[in-house]
Ligand binder design. Structure first.
Ligand SMILES: [Zn+2]
Ligand SMILES: [Zn+2]
Ligand SMILES: [Zn+2]
Length: 57
């Protein structure tokens, strides 16, 4: 039996291409982000640490 019922959402950061599990996402202002950097709007210009993702504010 394999019941995979995980809700996936795209990170709300515009430039981010990451898709995260809703249960593991960082939620900020009602939006779901893949990581704290995205949730904070990359205020330190720190990049998303995921491979292939170019977002960094
Ligand atoms: Zn990302
Ligand atoms: Zn992201
Ligand atoms: Zn981002």
């Amino acid at each position: 039996m394999s019941s995979v019922d995980v809700e996936m959402v795209k990170c709300a950061c515009q430039d981010c291409v990451c898709v995260v599990q809703l249960s593991k996402a960082v939620s900020r202002d009602g939006k779901a982000y893949c990581c704290d950097e995205c949730a904070d709007g990359h205020k330190d210009h720190a990049g998303c640490e995921h491979a292939g993702c170019a977002c960094h504010g």
